[in-house]
Write a protein that binds this ligand. Structure first.
Ligand SMILES: Cc1cc2nc3c(=O)[nH]c(=O)nc-3n(C[C@H](O)[C@H](O)[C@H](O)COP(=O)(O)O)c2cc1C
Length: 391
């Protein structure tokens, strides 16, 4: 009798634990990767008409820390793209250089969307220098797109917009990338327009840039201000993912599905631990598994228009890579450190190290990344709704 009661009791406890585990897993989105309102913009992006069709493509672009630092002002046949400078990364991006690269990524998607809808897009960039983050941040105009009737163009880059995702998982190091694909990336980068793409696949060069990426990450995680400014954007809890619809998430961290699921139900790590994981992933997975590392360089690192052009180039390259089954991920810590050293008026150690890699002082790296064949697909990152970003 007693034994039966005991077994019954144990059964009830076990069932309750399973039930509680299932409830918690459900609450933390373990079974809902890529679902919910935060991911709707990836599904309904091509349903919009007129200028909104361009905006719905623009917001799917790459952007730093998924801050989505954009606002769009619409008129007939004209869209203004504004930097939403309040959505900044603080000491991670003290001159809003990365923010402008992200805006360039959005512009590129919008130009592709215009062509696909039978509109000719004329892009005018606002000139000027990148400045420290304003004390009272407010939207500032960075680009204007004017539309006119044009031929409707089929374009594989446009079709790839909803499939392009930053892939932080391991790449297949043993699978080389054909030279013609690397040549296509060079021509897509638009190097005639004051931009230079450097791709490193030879072991010695690859190692030099990889070492810089790891060393920069180590320096950054030892800088408490940078850790805190980065952490502000992390969305560890599923409710926050769906509420804020921005920031890096556990689903996009490059973890295996099982580890991501466990991380979702575990207590959120401290900012320091979270950034130590980031260093571990950079050093042990992301850099060593990539057959190609690369840099996009510009002539003037703090020129607004050049930052936007670099972003346009990155977005095009990443879309092209997507069409060819390749994965890409920015690993921009070396250049983030260049900005931070400038902000603190420190010796430009990071800038010198990058310059020695480029070997030509007229080119300043503004964006560092890796490229390779993926070992697994990755889900999309959240996006705010079009209605939230239109002025
Ligand atoms: C200027 C810029 C810098 C970025 N730097 C990094 C980086 O250092 N590491 C990284 O994993 N992703 C980086 N990203 C990728 C963004 O985090 C990513 O685009 C964003 O989270 C949205 O996700 P998605 O590209 O998958 O749509 C960067 C993107 C841009 C545009």
């Amino acid at each position: 009798m007693q034994r039966r009661a005991l077994l019954q009791g144990a059964g009830i406890v076990a069932l309750s634990l399973v039930g509680a585990g299932a409830w918690w897993s459900d609450r933390e989105g373990v079974f809902s990767v890529g679902e919910g309102p935060a991911y709707e913009p990836w599904r309904n992006w091509s349903a919009e008409q007129g200028p909104l069709a361009l905006v719905s493509a623009g917001i799917l672009a790459a952007n730093p820390h998924n801050t989505q630092p954009w606002r769009f002002k619409l008129a007939d046949e004209r869209i203004e793209i504004h930097a939403d400078t309040a959505r900044n990364l603080g000491t991670f991006d003290p001159y809003l250089r990365e923010m402008h690269i992200g805006l360039g990524c959005a512009v590129e998607n919008m130009v592709l969307a215009a062509a696909a809808r039978g509109r000719e897009a004329k892009v005018t960039l606002v000139d000027g220098s990148l400045e420290p983050i304003p004390a009272a941040p407010r939207p500032s105009l960075v680009a204007i797109i004017e539309l006119a009737p044009g031929p409707r163009r089929q374009d594989e880059l446009y079709d790839a917009i909803p499939r392009r995702h930053t892939n932080r998982a391991p790449y297949d190091r043993g699978r080389a990338i054909a030279p013609e694909l690397l040549r296509s990336l060079h021509s897509l980068a638009g190097e005639s327009t004051g931009l230079k793409l450097l791709l490193f696949s030879a072991e010695s060069e690859r190692k030099k840039l990889g070492d810089l990426m790891v060393a920069a990450t180590e320096t950054i995680i030892a800088d408490q201000r940078m850790v805190d400014d980065s952490q502000r954007w992390f969305r560890q809890r599923w409710a926050d993912v769906q509420k804020f619809r921005d920031g890096p998430t556990l689903d996009t961290a490059g973890l295996s599905p099982l580890v991501a699921a466990l991380a979702k139900i575990a207590p959120a790590p401290s900012p320091e631990r979270n950034h130590r994981y980031w260093l571990d992933a950079t050093r042990d997975v992301q850099v060593p598994s990539a057959p190609v590392l690369g840099l996009i360089a510009v002539e003037a690192l703090y020129d607004r228009a050049q930052a936007i052009r670099a972003g346009r180039a990155w977005q095009r390259m990443h879309l092209f890579a997507t069409t060819r089954g390749l994965a890409m991920q920015p690993i921009n810590q070396p250049v983030e450190l260049v900005d931070r050293e400038r902000q603190l008026a420190r010796e430009p150690v990071a800038a010198r190290a990058l310059a020695s890699l480029v070997g030509d002082p007229s080119w300043k790296p503004t964006f560092a990344f890796r490229l390779g064949y993926p070992t697994r697909d990755v889900p999309p990152s959240p996006r705010r709704a079009v209605g939230d970003v239109v002025i």
